[in-house]
Design a protein around this ligand. Structure first.
Ligand code: NDP
Length: 270
């Protein structure tokens, strides 16, 4: 069974390691490759992969919106997220697009990190695809209020308007007020370039937890910012990456039991 992940760049993707580790847990023999493609070639690359018998694929930056456009069927959560990160072949050239990022974040926060989300004030910094995919699952998990704060305020307002829910509001970074005990999630791509967010220590200091969706071997710029501001619990996005992969793996292989924490430990070298 051949699986792949489409992206650009893609050489650092941990998806092959994660899926092979899950496959070992079920004694399944799979091949999981990385596929580097370009926006102009993406559609053809996906078609060729499935015509040649591909059993499933993940999609990462910058193709999640393109994948959303090309599938023939969408899961509810992919439709709400406006982006697809998981492709499931349905036969006869039909493809189901799902989005497992938001639910992956939720599983990591709740089950691995034991963060209480019910009645919680949550700030999502960023208004791109990752932020969009996170809002609905966090609302469903019982968040009391979600503030979407973005560098470009209009994008935060547009995203907030999509949900038409008085538990969701939008603002710019300088206006952001973090209430005591809030969870602040960095869903920007700033950490990818090592950039800090234009948030002051005073703004961040009220948060009790800070989560960066990005993962790197060293603490990200946002994690360093949060730690310096005195935030007690500071996390990276490795758990989210493993949990979103687990949801895709369950879809493709029709299994339920997966030891995600063992895979997270393995990737951390433990
Ligand atoms: P997008 O390109 O769609 O969105 C980028 C967002 O980052 C925008 O809101 C943009 O603001 C903001 N931004 C970029 N640079 C800065 C900066 N220097 N200061 C403030 N804001 C900035 O990216 P995605 O939403 O797809 O991905 C965001 C992050 O989430 C990435 O780091 C990605 O790796 C991570 N991610 C992690 C996953 C995991 O499994 N752990 C899964 C999915 C994503 P503006 O609108 O003003 O340009």
């Amino acid at each position: 069974m051949h699986f792949t992940v489409f992206g650009n760049p893609i050489s650092h993707s941990l998806s092959p390691q994660i899926h092979v580790a899950f496959a070992k847990q079920h004694h399944l023999d799979i091949r999981y490759t990385r596929s580097l493609t370009s926006p102009g070639q993406f559609r053809r690359a996906v078609r060729d992969f499935f015509y040649s018998g591909g059993a499933g694929a993940n999609v990462t930056v910058p193709f999640k919106e393109q994948a959303y456009q090309l599938v023939t069927h969408l899961s509810e959560r992919a439709a709400i997220a406006g982006a697809v990160n998981t492709l499931v072949p349905l036969g006869y050239g039909q493809l189901l697009g799902d989005n497992t990022d938001g639910i992956g974040l939720l599983h990591d926060l709740r089950h691995n990190l034991k963060e209480n989300l019910t009645g919680r004030q949550i700030v999502i910094v960023g208004a791109g695809g990752a932020a969009r995919g996170a809002v609905y699952p966090l609302l469903q998990a019982g968040a009391e209020h979600i503030t979407i704060a973005n560098r470009t305020v209009q994008k935060a307002q547009d995203l907030s308007a999509l949900f038409a829910d008085n538990r969701v509001s939008a603002c710019g970074l300088s206006e952001l007020k973090v209430v005591k005990g809030a969870l602040v999630i960095n869903a920007t791509s700033a950490s990818l370039s090592g950039a800090s967010l234009a948030l002051s220590a005073a703004q961040l200091s009220q948060a009790s937890s800070a989560y960066d969706m990005m993962y790197s071997e060293q603490p990200t710029a946002f994690m360093q910012q949060a730690t310096a501001a005195g935030v007690q619990a500071v996390y990276d996005g490795l758990g989210m990456l493993v949990e979103q992969a687990a949801v895709a793996f369950r879809l493709w292989h029709n299994v339920v039991e997966l030891d995600t924490q063992a895979v997270i430990r393995q990737l951390r070298g433990g």
